[in-house]
Design a protein around this ligand. Sequence first.
Ligand code: GAR
Length: 197
Amino acid sequence: MSYRVAVCVSGGGSNLQALLDRLQGEEPARVVLVLSNRADAGGLERARQAGVPAEVLADPADAAEWITRLGRRDVDLLVLAGYLKLVPPGVVQKYAGRMVNIHPALLPDFGGPGMYGQRVHEAVIASGAAESGPTVHLVDEVYDRGAILAQRRVPVLPGDTPATLAERVLTEEHRLLPDVVLAAARAGHPVPMANAD
Ligand code: GAR
């Protein structure tokens, strides 16, 4: 039986695409639902192209709506892949231990409210850090603070701009997130992974 994954997106959905591309054939997991807080999120079109149900939340702050939509698809794992709004606490509680987020920096640094997209990379460069890279972590009540499951490191290079660093990190996100989801599918729940470089 396949492990049933819902992916939440607010934007372009390149991480969603990486999941759609990897979770095929004999792999033990499938994307069964894509949810967004925005009707114009590019990720919704990626889902439709892949034949996956794509739904827009009428009220992203309404836990009951989330829980109804997720329950209807019998979701085992909820993946936040560029979902940039707060997930209602009722959903976080209901899916405790079954919900992961990908963040484009090495948490616990460069996380927290308002830290998403380019802002994260700007902060990394401004700090003078020698390395960055994506983190996948469990979601709990505190923004970007749940248990870390996996990270991958990339160098911050002299002359990097937020855009060039973002691209280097994103390439690794596209490998890391499917790895974590497939490991969760095999174990039956999200598991910490040895860090790969
Ligand atoms: C990704 O870089 C993801 O790590 C980041 O948003 C981007 C979404 O890209 N998430 C955060 O910053 C969360 N704090 P995508 O829509 O192309 O997958």
